[in-house]
Design a protein around this ligand. Structure first.
Ligand code: C5P
Length: 218
């Protein structure tokens, strides 16, 4: 397989309304362990990126700066869905970027090591790389069937892509809860790397307590 060694940019999607979390401030802009959730995500992304595109809500006055970071930071406004927000972010990624990562701002505990594994995976020549963890709970579907958990994996971000295939996958107005699903739908290859059990997505108020403890312990 060909190797990809070019520039990496990361899109940090932070344009959700956070309705499940509640409160006036979307969860990704809450301050946890002395930094906003989005800033923890941008700092981790900056360790592997020449630049980070932060996708913020429309009419937001939130600023995300490159202060103290060794990379460029650009802000754009998001769309009505996560996929639309990614497309807006992708439009701001320079044409010469060869690898594009997409990361949920709401996952502030993803480590620089995980970002590194994802980039390495794309550099090895696959179209897309997703971090996965085993499912530890017994899982039932809504019809009441217990699923074989040995066949299931939970998918996280950051996800990494060869830039042309991600642009191609987002060329139509496809919708999915992650980007690897759209890449696979256009025939792209998707590989997995080991995710991190603690890489939780801040979704409900209690998640903020767990994330605060994890970030404080760094
Ligand atoms: O809603 P969900 O938890 O799947 O959101 C995952 C990430 O996508 C969050 O960081 C959220 O801010 C972002 N998002 C976005 N634009 C939307 C919806 C979600 O940037 N319209």
């Amino acid at each position: 397989m060909p190797t990809v060694t070019g520039t990496t940019w990361t899109i940090v999607v932070a344009a959700g309304s956070g309705t499940r979390f509640g409160g006036a401030t979307p969860k990704q802009f809450l301050e946890i362990a002395r930094k906003r959730v989005v800033d923890w995500s941008v700092v981790a992304a900056s360790t592997v990126s020449a630049g980070v595109v932060v996708v913020v809500p429309q009419r937001s006055t939130v600023k995300v700066s490159a202060h103290g970071l060794n990379c460029e930071v650009v802000s754009v406004t998001g769309g009505a869905t996560r996929s639309e927000s990614v497309r807006n972010g992708l439009a701001a990624v320079p044409a010469d970027a060869e690898i594009v990562l997409v990361h949920d701002a709401a996952r502030p505990v993803a480590s620089p090591e995980l970002f590194g594994r994802v980039v390495q995976g794309v550099q090895s020549g696959v179209d897309a790389v997703v971090p996965v963890v085993d499912v530890v709970d017994t899982v039932r579907d809504t019809q009441g069937n217990t699923l074989d958990r040995s066949m299931l994996q939970a998918v996280q971000t950051p996800q990494g892509f060869s830039a042309p295939i991600l642009r191609h996958a987002h060329g139509t107005s496809g919708e999915a809860t992650d980007d690897a699903t759209l890449v696979q739908a256009v025939g792209g290859t998707v590989a997995t790397v080991l995710g991190e059990r603690w890489n939780i997505k801040v979704t409900e108020p209690d998640d903020a307590i767990v994330v605060a403890a994890l970030l404080e312990s760094r």
